[in-house]
Design a protein around this ligand. Sequence first.
Ligand code: NAD
Ligand code: MG
Length: 381
Amino acid sequence: MKRRLSILGSTGSIGRQSLEVIAALGLSVGALTAHNSVALLEEQARAFRPELVVLTDERAARDLAVRLGDTPVRVASGREGLLEAATLEEVDTVLTAVVGSAGLEPTLAAIRAGKDIALANKETLVCAGALVTRAARERGVDLLPVDSEHSAIFQCLQGRTGREEVARVILTASGGPFYGMERKALERVTAQDALKHPNWSMGAKITVDSATMMNKGFEVIEAMWLYGLPLERIDVVIHRESVVHSLVEFRDGAVLAQLGAPDMRLPIQYALTWPERAPGPAKKLDLLSCPDLTFLPPDGENFPCLGLAREAARRGGVIPAALNGANEAAVALFLEGRIGFYDIPRLCRAAMAAAPDLGEPALADILAADAQGRAVALSAI
Ligand code: NAD
Ligand code: MG
């Protein structure tokens, strides 16, 4: 299948790598969106000639419209623009690479419009996993994982149908820049320290989430929804080298893993070519020059965010959305140098404690919990 895509968040780390893959595969682009990166979105629009480009920031969008005046590319703005890009008629697949819960509504809109989703925006499943997976099932669209761990699991599960065959999945975590550090030192780390990820070059928010291990906690929730597995069958191991991207243990004891160089272009590409494989731009793994592969337990004492995410998943309802909202606000404050490393879990815990226990939340409940989580985090400083 030759996909025609909308890319939500095309100027970010995943968005830019997606366009490299799309160019290599010769796929076409119907829409590109970003928040306010005028110059880069103009460049991408000229290179890929989509029908529509969107900047959610209104002023930036007006600027872009002037710059693209000599082309047939249409420019839109705001939330409306984002929703239009997500539901564009001639597009069959939407790659969600915006950061944060801003991805939730466009992802739901895309599913309801019958688009397959190549999902990088894990916050969508953290906040509204039940809603999103049910909508996808009802509409008969595929949720194709872009996150490297979930792509690894997806690849290991090809050809298997019964979930009862899966004993557990094991997500690998690099541990981020601070693994092995003690609490005293962690209390003093800065945003600059956190942004030095050992293996991956990613957007600032997910890089901080990797440093706190919240990212892995979110990935546990993401795996739960994507693969319909209970929490107890999702384990995490620290694997500093990021070569084994995750593993599946089957009930007979066989363990399958997917290995590769740390390069997001491979999981992005697999989401777009599945169920087939194609040559592509991702770096190849050289076993003879790759580092020794090591596996260690996560440190739940010094990195409480992984446990917080598990607790949120266990409580269910809107608790994960409250956690996510608080985390987004707290990470932004940490990046501005206004709070310390351990304030992130502290504010997240406060938001979870303040959130109501609701059985089966509707979208409005989830958005309210997200906003309340942000407010709790902001009011605590
Ligand atoms: P990024 O910050 O590099 O890019 C974010 C993109 O979203 C940009 O194009 C930006 O313009 C746009 N954007 C930001 N705020 C927005 C808003 N409020 N409304 C609309 N658009 C907005 O982020 P990234 O590292 O590419 O990550 C994107 C998503 O993919 C995140 O959910 C992240 O968890 C997930 N992810 C990233 C990686 C990675 O290697 N970077 C790996 C796995 C999963
Ligand atoms: Mg990941």
